[in-house]
Design a protein around this ligand. Sequence first.
Ligand code: PLP
Length: 399
Amino acid sequence: MSKYRKDFPCYEHYPNLAYLDSAASSQKVACVLEAMTKTYTERYANVHRGIYHLSDIATGDFEAARVTVGKYFNANPDQIIFVRGATEAINLVATSFTQEFLQEGDEVIISRMEHHANIVPWYRLCHEKKAKLVVIECDAKGVLDMDAYRNAFNPKTKMVALTHISNVLGTINPAKEMIAIAKSHQVPILIDGAQAAAHIPVDISDLDPDFYTASAHKMYGPTGVGFLYVKKEHLKGMSPYQSGGNMIASVSFDDITYLEGPMRFEAGTPHIAGSIGFARACEYMMDVGMSYIQSHEQALLMYLQEQIETVDGLEVFGQAPNKIGIVSFAMKGVHPHDIASILDEDEVAVRAGHHCAMPLVKSMNQPALTRISLGLNNNERDIDQCIKSLKKVREIFSA
Ligand code: PLP
C-alpha cells in the first residue's frame, strides 16, 4: 500500500479508482491545491509590477517558486524560465534559438521514440529551412541505438533534441552520455524530461545539457505550467519568443530593449498560482524523497510485469532493462479503445491510442496501444484490478 495515497484527494471522490494514467497527467496532491488556493485567497496580485503589499508578496512567492524548481532539478534559478509546459519549451528553443542559425542542408537529430512535442517543432523548422531531420532508431526492446546516434554526427549536425524517457516504452535513455556526445561535437542538445521529472532524479548541473524541460502536470502539480532550463551562454543571445509586457526594459515607438534572464521569455502575466503550485509539488517530492519514489515505482513495475504475463494474447512493447513504470501493450484481435472502455467500466483508467508518438507506434505495426503508467499514488490493488479487468476483456473477445 502506498503510504502516500492519502495525499491524493481524488480517492476521496473515487475510492475504487485504479488511476493508471500518470504518464498522461498525474493526479494532484492536496498540498499543491492548498498552496494554489492560498495564493488566490490570501497572497494574490499580479507580479513584477505592483508597489503595494500584496503584489510584493505575490512577486516574492512567484520568484521563490523559481528557486524551488531550480533546487528540485539542481539548476540555477536564473536559468529557469516558466513556460506552459514541455511543448511550449521545445517550441521556444526551436523558434528563439535553433531558427536563428539553422540553414539549408543542416541536420537536426531526434529519435524514433520522441513525443510529437519533440518532433513537430523540429519537423516544421527543418521544413521551413530546407534542413534534414535525422532520426535515431531504437531496437525491438525499445533501447535507443547509441551507435547510430554516435555515428549520426557530421559537420552539418546543428541541433539534437532527445527524450530522457519514452512516454510509450518507459525506456530511460542515457541522458548524460547523450549530452556528452553532442558536446564533443559542439552541437547544442535539448533533453525532453517530461516523463523523467517525477520518476528519476534529474540533476541538471550534473547532466549539463543546453536545454532541459518538463511539465508540472506530470509531477503531481498543476496544468499550464512547466519550465525550460537554458544554459547561461545561450540565454543572453536568444531572441524573445513572445513579446509584450513583463519582458521589456524600455519601450518607445522607435526602440525597444528587452530584459535579460528568464523574464525575457515570460511575456505577459505568468501562471502565478500555477508556478507556486509547481514549486509545492517539487517540495512534496523532495519531502517524499526520490529514492522512495523510485523503489516504490520499481517494485510496482516488477509486479505489473509479472501479472501482465498471466493475461493471454498480450504483446508488451518496451522491454528495456532500464525503464520506469510504463507498460504498453496490444491484445490480439481487440482494439485498444475497446480495452480502455471496458476497463473504464471497472474503474480502471488507462490510456489508449497513439500516445502522441505516431512514428513509434506505427513502427511496431500497431494502429494504437494500451498503456498502463504508474506513479506514487498507485498500489498493488490497482494492478490487480487492472489485470482482472484485462482478463475479462480477453474472455469477452474470445467468446
Ligand atoms: N514529451 C513527452 C515525453 C511527453 O510524454 C509529453 C506529454 O505527454 C510531452 C513532451 C508534452 O508535454 P506537455 O503536453 O505537458 O507540453
